[in-house]
Design a protein around this ligand. Structure first.
Ligand SMILES: Cc1cc2nc3c(=O)[nH]c(=O)nc-3n(C[C@H](O)[C@H](O)[C@H](O)COP(=O)(O)OP(=O)(O)OC[C@H]3O[C@@H](n4cnc5c(N)ncnc54)[C@H](O)[C@@H]3O)c2cc1C
Length: 314
């Protein structure tokens, strides 16, 4: 069977995939990155909590810089998602892209991020980053002294309300089914700023350029500066589940890795949001670095072994 064309294929062109590409390519691995930069969580973000980059920088600026850097070290980019992965008999992997092109490599890094579950309401996509947020940890600071709402039933929503209770002047916690949280978290929620609304969903978003208010199922209007939607997320798990990659055993929502970002399947590594909380750029970049180095070492060793084997055969 022919040698794979690439050493490392990276699925995902967000911060985890880009940092992995930079480190793997600088190790002189032959690197291909698949994925759509504009689908990265970072694309809609304004970042002010990333070390050494003071002030607010937009996601598209950061992504463009990362792609330029990775290309400068020799990484190749294809603006398509992967749709299929398969293990080959020679220990390599085959990846099929949306346009049915096939690529092969000794190692894969899964950096496909997560898709936050939205409410599916009219205007939600347009108002993202302009009064709609899916991440309290990321955006709370932008709403100092403001009036905000958090939507969700679980501990992410409750933690979000606790955090915002210390930053915003007024917080509504809208829990459609009622809160499903520990008693200690429940007592943390007892803050004058946090107003609970149980058994209601958000049915309408009001505002053109920025969110101004939301309407609940019972017709109540909340005039707010931001709605934080904290209802969970899903990743592109099916891509790697077929290869036997182990997921968290309770909810199958993130990929399990060791300290080298290696999964249970030799040659498959993972980094970034798909490896679990916190969903933050700094974590994605750190894990990208580790996975890039580990995957390049793995792949280059495989290629050397393969070539040695070929020399002995001939
Ligand atoms: C509105 C918003 C604000 C945020 N603010 C902050 C903040 O202030 N600070 C902070 O630290 N973090 C913030 N974040 C979080 C941060 O953006 C993420 O933690 C970070 O982008 C995760 O990086 P990642 O590379 O793991 O995934 P992502 O950046 O989400 O990238 C995933 C990549 O995988 C690709 N992909 C998906 N499926 C496939 C497939 N089948 N094949 C190939 N590629 C695939 C996508 O196209 C994309 O390129 C924010 C996120 C959002 C949405």
């Amino acid at each position: 069977m022919a040698e794979p064309a690439h050493d490392v294929i990276i699925l995902g062109s967000g911060p985890a995939g880009l940092q992995a590409a930079i480190h793997a390519a600088r190790k002189k691995a032959n690197v291909l990155v698949l994925g759509r930069p504009e689908a990265s969580g970072l694309y809609a973000a304004h970042i002010e909590n990333y070390c050494c980059v003071p002030g607010v920088t937009t996601g598209p600026e950061m992504i463009a810089a990362g792609i330029g850097q990775a290309k400068g070290f020799g990484a190749e980019f294809i603006n398509e998602d992967a749709v299929l992965t398969a293990a080959l008999d020679n220990g390599a992997f085959e990846i099929t892209s949306e346009s049915r092109r096939r690529f092969s490599s000794y190692a894969i890094i899964v950096a496909t991020g997560i898709k936050r579950k939205g409410l599916g309401l009219k205007g939600e996509k347009e108002l993202m980053g302009r009064g709609i947020s899916y991440c309290v940890d990321c955006d709370a600071n932008f709403y100092r002294g403001a009036t905000v709402a958090v939507f969700g039933d679980g501990s992410a929503a409750a933690h979000g309300a606790v955090t915002l209770g210390k930053i915003a002047s007024k917080v509504f916690l809208v829990a459609p089914k009622g809160l499903n949280i520990s008693s200690s978290l429940n007592s943390e929620l007892k803050n004058d700023n946090v107003n609970m609304i149980f058994g209601q969903k958000v049915s309408e978003l009001l505002g053109e350029d920025r969110l101004q208010a939301v309407i609940l199922d019972n017709g109540q209007r909340l005039d707010i500066d931001c709605l934080f939607i904290e209802t969970g997320a899903k990743g592109a798990m099916e891509l790697v589940a077929t290869l036997g990659v182990a997921l968290d055993p309770e909810r199958f929502t993130y990929i399990l890795t060791d300290k080298n970002q290696a999964t249970n399947i030799p040659g498959i590594f993972a980094a970034g949001d798909i490896c679990g909380l916190p969903w933050q750029m700094a974590k994605a970049v750190g894990e990208g670095c580790v996975s890039g180095l580990a995957a390049a070492n793995y792949a280059l060793k495989k290629r050397r072994e393969r070539r040695k084997g070929d020399d002995v055969d001939t």
